[in-house]
Unconditional design. Structure first.
Length: 269
């Protein structure tokens, strides 16, 4: 019985829900913390910022923002947290089908102005290899920048860190950006799930026409700030299912009356 109910709900999400689904509106959540994330949902990052890539060539952030971006802010000499973030990211990229992986790009930027393109290049080789399958090098960029450029970016996304000797105290999170550079979602922690990545990318693409399955997923699942993950929105879906069946029942009840009136209407010969 439960298998039938679950199968029906999944089919309903894909086939029926898009009729009721709407694009999610912008959210705003601001707070001030010395070290951590001050969420800037809906804010735009300055796309005129220029960084150096792993080959030492200048790249403009706006030229890389052709599709949704998974932005990771780390520093390349980090001994603990940053390697775990990037290793988890490499693992999840290895689990996402190639077609899905083409929907977004990954940009890792060091917030340590002392990091160089050579250190970025070494990290890029290691983590592309850690994916465990061929992955387009241009799909995961490793960048460095000067202090002012880094400051403008981190302030735009609300990423607050502090130098402590040769190391840094900093939060652990991915920032999901739309192709226009708008902050869409923060994914916190040191590990990430393929489903959470895909849902965040779908949110970043929500302003564009997309496949029915994408609109259905955005309707059936919502982000839970407390659990920091995407959860099935049972209340919304069950309410929509109830409304749908109420309409079907109403139509069903009205049809016999219509047929009866047609049966008793005089016929012309």
């Amino acid at each position: 019985m439960w298998k039938f109910v679950c199968s029906f709900l999944l089919m309903f999400c894909v086939l029926i829900v898009p009729v009721f689904a709407k694009d999610p509106g912008p959210e705003v959540a601001r707070g001030e913390v010395p070290i951590g994330i001050d969420e800037r949902l809906g804010a735009k990052v300055p796309l005129d910022l220029t960084f150096l890539d792993a080959a030492g060539k200048p790249v403009r952030l706006g030229d890389l923002a052709k599709q949704p971006i998974l932005l990771s802010l780390v520093y390349y000499s980090c001994p603990n947290v940053c390697p775990r973030i990037m290793s988890s990211l490499a693992q999840v990229l290895g689990k996402i089908p190639p077609a899905s992986g083409q929907d977004f790009s990954v940009i890792t930027i060091s917030f340590d102005e002392k990091d160089t393109p050579s250190s970025a290049s070494a990290k890029k080789k290691n983590y592309l290899k850690a994916i465990g399958k061929p992955y387009p090098p241009e799909a995961w960029r490793f960048l460095t920048g000067d202090r002012e450029t880094i400051r403008r970016l981190t302030e735009a996304v609300g990423f607050h860190f502090e130098r402590s000797g040769d190391a840094f105290e900093h939060p652990a999170a991915l920032v999901v950006l739309s192709p226009e550079g708008k902050v869409i979602r923060y994914l916190y922690g040191l590990t990430y799930l393929p489903f959470d990545i895909k849902m965040a990318v779908n949110e970043a693409l929500a302003g564009r026409p997309g496949p029915t399955i994408r609109r259905a997923l955005l309707y059936c699942f919502s982000y839970d700030p407390a659990g920091r993950t995407y959860v099935f929105n049972l209340l919304k879906v069950s309410g929509t299912v109830t409304l749908f069946f109420a309409v079907v029942l109403l139509v069903f009840l009205l049809r016999p009356g219509k047929m009866k009136s047609e049966k008793h209407s005089p016929q012309r010969r």
